[in-house]
Design a protein around this ligand. Sequence first.
Ligand SMILES: NC(=O)c1ccc[n+]([C@@H]2O[C@H](COP(=O)([O-])OP(=O)(O)OC[C@H]3O[C@@H](n4cnc5c(N)ncnc54)[C@H](OP(=O)(O)O)[C@@H]3O)[C@@H](O)[C@H]2O)c1
Length: 295
Amino acid sequence: MRVFAIGATGVLGRYLIPLLLRGGHEVTVMSPGGRLDTLPDGVRRVRAGLLDPDTPERLRALLDDADVVVNTATAIPRDFAARGAWQENTRLRREGTLVVAEAVLAAGTPALVQMSVTMAYPDGGDRWLDEDEELDTCPTRAVVAAPVAAMEATVRALPTDRVAWTILRGARFVGPGTGQDQLRRQLREGTLRGPCGGREFVSMVHVADFAAAVVAVVENPRPGAVFNIADEPLRIAHYLSGLAAFDGCPPPPATAEAPLDVVSHRVSSTAARVELGWWPAHGIWPLRDLDPEKT
Ligand SMILES: NC(=O)c1ccc[n+]([C@@H]2O[C@H](COP(=O)([O-])OP(=O)(O)OC[C@H]3O[C@@H](n4cnc5c(N)ncnc54)[C@H](OP(=O)(O)O)[C@@H]3O)[C@@H](O)[C@H]2O)c1
């Protein structure tokens, strides 16, 4: 298939693109920055951002012969709490997704796979969160959840008889190059503070496993479906102490200062396992550094 991947030069793209190439797909990647040069040989590259003024018109022409668009564009801030940190990501989710939706409709692209995040679910405590759960409307988390809801609404508005869209809600990525590296570093340095209690659930997925879910949908479109893509959830305290043990460090001391989003997300990925035949093959622990070319 001819796959047009937007924003696939990042953490996910590093696993996704080799997987698509190995599946025999023709791949074009569009992104705005300098990382296009890091893509493997055989990938067509387009330097453009979804928020560039000329992109709406350009994208329609670029999608002329695409069988499927995979939208993985994101601009997650490094420092979540910094002033205006989420602005670019919010624009990308609200305005950028609209650009993609209008372009696939205008170009007649048959399918769209849109990445989303389980981070937008509300605090579920010990309750399992499946795809029927409403996204969070709590005002204190609006900066995170509202743009995700808007992004998904834009995709859902596409008529499935014209664009076979699927939304994949990914849990927190782990594996090389993800936030897990930073947590491990903080644990080794003893600078990480554990959440008080740590009984909240955290849901994660190895980025290589998430890439496999994307490819599964590219190859077998599931029009109008939304899937959670997550490994088995853990309580935060178990995760942090397990991660510390992996590097031979003591678990972080309990304190009121939480290193992770303390919203409890016990995410169910039963639908993906049953309907896509997807399975988290790599687990969540950093047992080895995977070579993206060989996963
Ligand atoms: N990270 C997680 O824990 C996580 C969890 C679940 C789901 N997801 C989803 O998975 C997808 C990929 O995430 P990731 O971790 O791979 O992100 P990433 O490493 O930050 O990569 C972001 C990608 O988006 C591109 N991008 C940035 N601004 C853009 C713009 N204006 N127009 C088009 N592309 C733009 C970047 O291009 P440049 O290289 O040119 O800057 C890069 O290719 C996202 O949709 C994200 O929401 C992530």
